[in-house]
Design a binder for this molecule. Structure first.
Ligand code: AMP
Length: 574
């Protein structure tokens, strides 16, 4: 509940854009496996997970049993505490088991984006020296096994567990989720069967030897530009963040959280799965990848009380032609996060999806991830227009170009510090030093403003700012404005190069179903409402916008396509 006295502490310090989170709840020193054990002890009979696609349901007691079976299997393969083990798969039970089985014995799980292709996979596996890879066999049009064989043709000639591949020198074990036996690979089910009683006997001893400060997870950040970086997180980082995220939702063991967001991303596996484990709540997976119809159906059928999603997922659900046919009144709360959350969409989620206590969270993989989140008791206005206030035990300052903390209300780059900051990028001291600067501050690259109550607004990315004839333009502001036009379903604003002005404003728009609109209509809608220099010079209508799976707009793709179409020099995207 909102604690009035505590709230005063969340206000900016001395009129500056500098806030510190509450310390009323102490930080936990539990490791992931000891947290799971406590939850099983308290809520063993309660439902832990349901996978709609396979209709598989597990209680917490069943989940922990399977987790131990898999952990024993990993030990039987010779994997040891500290070894890195990749996972490359959409949302499946095997993913959940791998998450908790690796943590049980201190293996460092490495999340690999299911959308990665050969060069990214090769880079990720080699960068962190993965000894094992757990992989889906196939998903939709992706044939994971043939991609792995392309990288490691030696698989055809080796025994499972004895791979020696030229391009993947550290990888020994490939564990695939298919039914068929494949040359050089283990089947997931074989690994489950491999653990000997001796391996099982070791589990508790290994768990007891783990420190909360051990790295336990490397998340390759999706990044919309640049090469992927392996953010390295400890038990301490993510157990605590998961605890605070679901506490802000007032989640309990009676809640049922629908998780359509990908597990390879912190939204799924920290805020989602681990967040549920901290409370004994049920994790409900509507599908292997997000699909609006399946998500709505699962929420209705499973009577979910909470729902997570990035803004584009909520847009897709709200716009679904059958939206009105689903009974969603079981919903109470949830989180929209991962990208700017338009006010209009938040309002609809509250009014039409019954999520009266929905919150917005803001954060990044490198900070475990969340550092701001609205509370279920914050006013409606604050909940739809800001990312809430500072999370417990976290400190944030907003810094101007001169490196000095801005006055309240001024915009600058958001810096975060506290328990939640990652250990660093695995095996990349240089990039770590660029991001985590003196005194442990993580530079987020996000532009933000704090108000005098400590509520935060994310204005955009430092790099996305458009400079047109010397005027600084924040795409987010124009996007919010255009979302107010009922004809507009999705919109992104970005800069394109201009000889005369340096940059010009461009927008790509997806119209709501059945709507028609011209470029001039959009400009007319802006005239007299926003400053002339912010009115998009280029307007294009698209059937969809390039987004990452985690809902991040790929502005560099839009920028390059527009520059090419207009015959301009390709914009610099790095
Ligand atoms: P990732 O590391 O993939 O979680 O991406 C982190 C980035 O997503 C942040 O640095 C922000 O740019 C963006 N982001 C996350 N949550 C929000 C939010 N609520 N509002 C605006 N941007 C967000």
């Amino acid at each position: 509940m909102t604690n009035r006295a505590g709230d005063l502490n969340l206000k900016p310090i001395e009129g500056k854009s500098h806030v510190k989170g509450k310390k009323t709840a102490s930080l936990s020193r539990e490791t992931i496996p000891s947290l799971l054990a406590s939850t099983v002890a308290a809520f063993g009979d309660r439902e832990a997970a349901y996978f709609a696609e396979t209709d598989r349901r597990l209680s917490y007691a069943e989940l922990t049993k399977e987790v131990d079976t898999l952990a024993a299997g990993f030990l039987a393969l010779g994997l040891e505490k500290g070894d890195r083990i990749g996972i490359w798969s959409p949302n499946r039970l095997e993913w959940l088991l791998t998450q908790f089985a690796t943590a049980r014995i201190g293996l460092v799980m490495v999340n690999i984006n299911p959308a990665y292709r050969l060069s990214e996979l090769e880079y990720a596996l080699n960068k962190v020296e993965c000894k094992a890879l757990v992989t889906a066999a196939a998903f939709k049009t992706s044939d994971y096994l043939s991609m792995i064989r392309d990288l490691a043709p030696e698989l055809d000639q080796c025994e499972a567990g004895e791979l020696m591949a030229k391009r993947l020198p550290c990888l020994k074990n490939v564990i695939q989720m298919g039914e068929k036996t494949e040359p050089g690979m283990y089947r997931f089910q074989d690994v489950l069967a491999k653990g000997e009683p001796g391996n099982r006997d070791e589990l508790d001893q290994i768990t007891a030897s783990l420190s909360p400060d051990d790295p336990i997870n490397i998340q390759f950040t999706s990044g919309t530009t640049g090469s992927p970086k392996g953010a390295t997180l400890t038990h301490y980082n993510i157990v605590n963040n998961a605890t605070f995220v679901t506490a802000a939702l007032e989640l309990t063991e009676r809640d049922r959280l629908c998780i359509p967001v990908p597990l390879y991303h912190c939204f799924g596996m920290v805020m989602g799965t681990l967040g549920c484990v901290t409370k004994g709540a049920a994790m409900i997976f509507p599908g292997e990848a997000f699909e609006p119809h399946a998500t709505l159906q699962t929420v209705a059928q499973e009577k979910c009380t909470a729902l997570y999603g990035v803004p584009t997922m909520f847009v897709a659900m709200l716009e679904h032609p059958e939206f009105g046919t689903f009974e969603l009144s079981s919903l109470r709360t949830g989180i929209m996060a991962g990208a700017p959350c338009p006010v209009e969409i938040m309002k609809k989620v509250i009014a039409d999806m019954h999520m009266s206590e929905v919150t917005i969270a803001y954060g990044m993989t490198e900070t475990s991830p969340v550092s701001f989140q609205s509370g279920v008791n914050d006013s409606l206005e604050r909940r739809v227009t800001t990312v809430g206030r500072i999370h417990p035990h976290v400190e944030v300052k907003i810094v101007g170009e001169d490196g000095v903390i801005c006055p309240v209300g001024d915009q600058g780059e958001l810096w975060t510090r506290g328990y939640s900051v990652m250990q660093g990028y695995w095996n990349d001291e240089e990039k770590t030093k660029e991001s985590i600067v003196e005194d442990g501050w993580m530079r987020t690259g996000d532009l933000a403003v704090l108000d005098d109550e400590g509520y935060c607004n994310i204005v955009g990315r430092v790099k996305d700012m458009i400079i047109r004839g010397g005027e600084n333009i924040y795409p987010r502001e124009i996007e919010e404005f255009l979302y107010g036009n009922p004809k507009v379903q999705e919109v992104q604003v970005f800069g394109v190069p201009s000889d005369r002005l340096g940059e010009e404003v461009a927008t790509w728009i997806v119209l709501a179903p059945g709507e028609e609109c011209s470029e001039d209509d959009i400009r007319d809608y802006c005239k007299g409402q926003i400053a002339h220099y912010k009115i998009p010079k280029y307007v294009r209508f698209k059937s969809e916008l390039p987004m990452t799976v985690t809902g991040k707009p790929q502005k560099f793709v839009m920028r390059d396509a527009m520059a090419e179409e207009l015959g301009l020099i390709a914009a610099k995207t790095a």
